[in-house]
Design a protein around this ligand. Structure first.
Ligand SMILES: C[S@@+](CC[C@H](N)C(=O)[O-])C[C@H]1O[C@@H](n2cnc3c(N)ncnc32)[C@H](O)[C@@H]1O
Length: 234
């Protein structure tokens, strides 16, 4: 079975590389900016959905989007961390469902993408009291996160950046004690090799982490990192 899995990953990685070459942040931004109704988050999302029918895109798209919506509605998280903002599709899906006092911290390593993505969040009608874009790597953002959160903890973490970074970043979040006691984790692209390492880690601790739902290659994981279990863990 293993060579088949390795072959599948090889083909998947190749396809991702081809896709990455075709994706143009400037083009996505220009299309969304000119086609959507400014100030209306639903219109921005609908414009993204139209865009991805015709062009290569990293956006999670409507099917996984609805899955994410359901988690955000149910959890009503006050503090959300998104790793891998890209052009802001997932960020907008989250932001429009956050409670009034909720805040999204979103991280994007590519400076141009971070700038264009932030503009799209503003076009969708959100402001800097609702979100903050951190234009740096996930590792750097996590090391500075305590200052952004002060006494707060993360209720929801969405990982769709670099699957090789999923586990190191998750361990860093734990080490910095940035997760709330009952946090929820959304992982995208779980078929990629790096994400598999993360899944192996999570499934090896079923008393702490529960894989709840899956749609396509996106997973919801519930974490019980309360003080007692957390001490046991470290
Ligand atoms: C697949 S896209 C995210 C798509 C987004 N969820 C959406 O639906 O619009 C991944 C993004 O993560 C960014 N990225 C990759 N590695 C990163 C890292 N280590 N830290 C922060 N961002 C990263 C990439 O530049 C890219 O824009």
């Amino acid at each position: 079975r293993f060579p088949l899995r390795a072959f599948y990953h090889f083909v998947y990685e190749k396809m991702q590389k081809v896709l990455r070459r075709k994706i143009c942040v400037r083009h996505t931004h220009a299309y969304i900016f000119s086609e959507c109704t400014h100030g209306q988050a639903e219109s921005v999302l609908a414009t993204f959905d139209c865009y991805i029918k015709k062009h290569a895109s990293f956006s999670i798209g409507p099917e996984k989007g609805v899955f994410l919506d359901e988690v955000v509605r149910r959890e009503a998280p006050l503090r959300v961390l998104e790793l891998g903002m890209h052009c802001g599709y997932t960020s907008i899906r989250i932001l429009r469902l956050l409670p009034n006092s909720g805040k999204l911290l979103t991280v994007e390593v590519d400076p141009l993408t971070a700038e264009k993505g932030e503009e799209i969040l503003l076009v969708a009608g959100f402001n800097n009291s609702q979100f903050q874009v951190l234009p740096c790597s996930s590792a750097e953002a996590i090391s500075k996160l305590a200052t952004h959160l002060s006494e707060d903890r993360l209720d929801l973490v969405v990982m769709d950046h670099d699957p090789e970074q999923y586990l190191p970043d998750f361990l860093a979040l734990q080490k910095e004690n940035l997760l709330s006691k009952r946090s929820v984790l959304i992982l995208n692209r779980v078929v990629e090799a790096g994400a598999q390492v993360m899944l192996e880690y999570l499934t090896s601790k079923p008393h702490i982490y529960t894989v709840c739902q899956i749609v396509k290659d996106m997973l919801e994981i519930r974490c019980r990192t309360d003080t007692h279990l957390h001490r046991e863990e470290s």
